[in-house]
Design a protein around this ligand. Structure first.
Ligand SMILES: [Zn+2]
Length: 445
């Protein structure tokens, strides 16, 4: 099977030709979170999109290494730790725990390698040294800067001309810069700021250098796929390209670049003041993570996605329909639908893959095996309908107790009490269904 990818670097859809699929397998690097706060639904999009990509690569090539970093040194982290009066390590450790829980609730498998920036300072120092040696970086006043005019190809990847580069990076004219477009590889730390010893003084890395250092460590200097959100193309990915191509002579860095589109919320740009800023954590109180995942996959990854709570409700109902087909179907092994695989191989066309799922009908084994490629429909159907009260409904044990009380009330011909129990549960989103033989089953709405 051939995979086709829209490559941001060439701005066209290309046949994917991995470097060493039979040996090392396919390598994919995706920029991960800066861990100072809970992730929002916009952050969830690349998690879900590249999780599906990793599933596809594994299916087609058998072997893939998915690397997603954690940025745990950043000024936003320093500021938040000071605000909250906790140490940087306490803040980043607890945020990572929350991040992993949210990613799991969204049905994402953990990446194969999840390197933390602060564990890779020596690798960053190494590439900075090489950049200086190669004439592409210089040290000034405790800073090390990438010398943008030293590399004529700078700007080709992002398609930005020089004026846009300077404006887009919101770079300040600083006395230690030779050119306003030059960007920081290393900067001095003082006081409470985190820092490490370096040949240029005590300091900390700039943001971009960590991805150049960690991607080459785990995937090699030239690797297959680099992913991230559209907002990262400039300056972050442009600067990664510059650092890696100039620091690792002869390297092409990433051969294919995939970028997911922007996310809007309730029809507008997400912002706290508009009340449409949703953390994944708060959405999970209202909806199953699988419904959020389905909403994300209904839009092709390169298109803008308009997220809304109404769409989550619709997705929940759609999943109910699928799980009804799976209910009582038992476990049978099956291969995913070739038509669904072909849709995913065509630049990860998840909307087309979802329409294939709908066409499968009541072949439960084929449905489950095909949906696995999308990370959907992997729960037990009974667990899906009965849930675990995470959405704020009554606990399963309490529901069972009320059903027993209702059966006793009916036996005693106290139908008023029996109806009261049924209506009370309905008001809390629990539906009772009386089956032949006096058995009552229940499910959440
Ligand atoms: Zn990055």
């Amino acid at each position: 099977m051939t995979i086709r990818i829209h490559n941001t670097a060439t701005r066209q859809k290309e046949t994917f030709e991995p470097i060493d699929p039979a040996g090392k397998g396919v390598g994919m690097y995706v920029c991960g979170p800066t861990v100072y706060d809970l992730i929002h639904i916009g952050n969830a999009r690349p998690l879900v999109v590249f999780d599906v990509m990793a599933r596809l690569l594994r299916k087609v090539y058998g072997k893939a290494t998915y690397v997603r970093n954690i940025t745990d040194v950043d000024d936003k982290i320093n500021n938040r730790a000071v605000e909250r009066g906790i140490s940087i390590r306490e803040l980043t450790d607890s945020t990572i725990v929350q991040f992993h829980a949210d990613a799991a609730a969204l049905g994402c498998n953990p990446p194969d390698v999840e390197p933390r920036a602060t564990d890779h300072i020596p690798e960053m120092l190494e590439i900075i040294k090489r950049l200086i040696e190669n004439g592409h970086a210089y040290a000034k006043d405790g800073h090390v800067l990438f010398d943008v005019p030293s590399w004529p190809d700078y700007g080709k990847f992002s398609g930005r001309d020089r004026d846009e580069q300077v404006a887009g990076a919101r770079v300040e004219v600083a006395p230690y810069k030779k050119d306003p477009a030059d960007f920081v590889l290393w900067k001095p730390s003082s006081g409470q700021e985190p820092g490490w010893e370096s040949p240029w003084g005590y300091g900390r890395p700039g943001w971009h250098i960590e991805c150049s250092a960690m991607s080459s460590k785990y995937l090699g200097e030239t690797f297959d796929i680099h992913g991230g959100g559209l907002d990262l193309i400039f300056p972050h990915h442009q600067n990664e390209v510059a650092q890696s191509c100039c620091g690792n002579k002869g390297s092409d860095f990433a051969r294919y670049w995939m970028h997911n589109g922007y996310l809007m919320s309730e029809g507008e740009k997400m912002s706290k003041s508009l009340g449409n800023f949703y953390t994944v954590r708060e959405l999970l109180e209202e909806f199953p993570g699988e419904a959020l995942r389905l909403v994300i996959l209904k839009t092709h990854y390169r298109q803008p996605l308009d997220f809304s709570k109404d769409k989550c409700r619709e997705a929940k109902a759609e999943l109910d329909g699928f799980y009804r087909i799976l209910q009582g179907a038992g476990e049978t092994d099956a291969e995913p639908s070739p038509e669904l695989l072909a849709a995913l191989a065509d630049d990860l066309n998840t909307p087309a893959a979802l329409s294939v799922l709908h066409k499968i009908g009541d072949d439960a084994a084929l449905l489950r095996a095909s949906a696995a490629m999308l990370g959907l429909l992997q729960q037990d159907a009974d667990v899906w309908f009965k849930g675990d009260a995470a959405a704020g409904g009554p606990e399963a044990g309490d529901i069972e107790a009320l059903i027993a009380e209702r059966a006793a009330a009916k036996k005693a011909k106290n139908f008023a009490r029996a109806d009261e129990i049924r209506d009370g549960l309905k008001a809390q989103g629990v539906i009772l269904e009386d089956k032949p033989g006096g058995v009552t089953e229940w499910r959440r709405e």
